[in-house]
Ligand binder design. Structure first.
Ligand SMILES: Cc1cc2nc3c(=O)[nH]c(=O)nc-3n(C[C@H](O)[C@H](O)[C@H](O)COP(=O)(O)OP(=O)(O)OC[C@H]3O[C@@H](n4cnc5c(N)ncnc54)[C@H](O)[C@@H]3O)c2cc1C
Length: 382
């Protein structure tokens, strides 16, 4: 493995960082305070990212994406950690399972998504099923020409304004988990898709999470992703990439917090000396530094394994997601402590990072699910 950042990756990182600084950062505090983003403004920002050639950066060329290596995508994800969740949407990270679309779906689904004329949300979680997907209760019953779906999904990111919804539902209740689920594509305007409410939440302001009902929702056969019974497989096909993406974002958050705190400890004086001269502060800075470096190395190793097509990628992505999401929480806590009262005030983004980062220990597989998976791997390989 080569630890030197290539000139191509440097260029990508610099481009994304500049775009965030110049185009996204001016909106961050306002969107966070209002807990709202103007969809027209977001669409306009997406057009600018399309012009940069980076929109849908995790998509292959066959779907109109830039066909970046996982290592290059990781560079973008890390930079996106510097901005807020709703504004990071400007770069159009799309559900990886869309790689499984057929020719017709490519036209009516992928093309508008890649032109940033439409958005999509991914609905797995239900009131009775989160970590345990075998408990999914949303049912899809076969009817003439399609399927009839009934169930409730909750905590669904960006479903409120989405034009399409990917939904995981049970199609063969008697079958094992691997074959009992199917992924459906539902279009806005379908009378069976009803957004019920938006949750009030701790962070990710401007990025709504919704509860929605599928009420005798008819979905045509043409709107099945992959084949009936392949819902679990479609989800698993990209879960490792999604976990790595979260890990990289957490590294980006910790780096952004570090960039904020270092000038502060040099400039702020207490008891006649700069904060950074106090040993108690130095210990926190040292811990942050080591943890950030360790997390970044875990993400780089996982990205490397992904690009090699290694079967070790799965566990490497789990390790990176677990460690980086917990690391970023500890770094945010230390940085808030170092800033004192100023860290708690909304004048600085420290308190926002502190709130936002907490969700990463829950989404894309909780810390406990990662530990279970890693423990199983350790025990099996012993
Ligand atoms: C900000 C945010 C965005 C989200 N966006 C989406 C989205 O777009 N689409 C979507 O479908 N979902 C989304 N989710 C939901 C998320 O995927 C779930 O919250 C997550 O999978 C956990 O499920 P749960 O909340 O039902 O918790 P549960 O599964 O009920 O777990 C509760 C707690 O128990 C622990 N636990 C469960 N089983 C075990 C066990 N066997 N051993 C030890 N501990 C265990 C868990 O780790 C967790 O700490 C989002 C969540 C958040 C917070």
């Amino acid at each position: 493995m080569n630890f030197e950042i290539s000139s191509e990756h440097r260029l990508i990182a610099d481009t994304v960082r500049r775009f965030i600084k110049e185009r996204l950062a001016p909106f961050e505090a306002g969107i966070d305070a209002a807990d709202e983003i103007d969809p027209a403004m977001l669409r306009a920002l997406k057009q600018d990212v399309i012009a940069l050639g980076l929109f849908g950066y995790n998509m292959p060329a066959a779907l109109g994406g830039p066909e970046l290596s996982v290592a290059a995508q990781s560079v973008i994800d890390e930079e996106l950690g510097r901005t807020t969740m709703p504004l990071a949407e400007a770069f159009g990270h799309l559900p990886g399972s869309l790689r499984l679309v057929n020719e017709a779906q490519r036209e009516w689904l992928i093309q508008p998504l890649m032109r940033a004329e439409a958005t999509i949300a991914y609905a797995l979680t239900e009131p009775g099923a989160g970590s345990d997907l075998s408990a999914i209760a949303t049912r899809a019953e076969k009817v003439s020409g399609g399927w009839r779906l009934n169930g409730t999904k909750h905590f669904i990111s960006a479903a409120e304004h989405a034009d399409f919804l990917l939904v995981l539902a049970v199609t063969a209740p008697q079958e094992p988990l691997k074959t009992k689920l199917t992924t459906f594509i539902i279009e806005r305007g379908n009378p069976g898709w009803k957004n019920l409410r938006r949750f009030r939440k701790m962070g990710w302001h401007g990025h709504p999470l919704s509860e929605l009902a599928l009420d005798d929702c008819f979905v045509a056969d043409s709107h099945v992703l992959a084949q009936p019974g392949q819902g679990f497989a479609t989800m698993m096909a990209t879960i490792n990439n999604d976990r790595l993406m979260v890990a990289c974002k957490c590294v980006g958050i910790a780096q952004a917090l570090t960039d904020l705190v270092l000038p502060h400890v040099r400039q702020r004086k207490t008891f006649g000396t700069a904060l950074g001269e106090h040993q108690a502060i130095q210990l926190m800075l040292a811990n942050n530094d080591v943890e950030l470096d360790a997390a970044r190395l875990l993400t780089q190793k996982a990205a490397y394994l992904a690009d090699q097509g290694s079967s070790e990628f799965r566990i490497a992505a789990s390790r990176a997601k677990l460690y980086a999401s917990e690391m970023a929480g500890r770094v945010a806590d230390n940085v808030m402590q170092i800033f004192g009262g100023a860290g708690y005030m909304a004048d600085l983004p420290v308190e926002r990072f502190y709130r936002d980062v907490r969700a990463f220990r829950i989404g894309e597989g909780t810390s406990e699910m990662q530990r279970l998976q890693i423990a199983r791997h350790v025990l099996l390989s012993a």
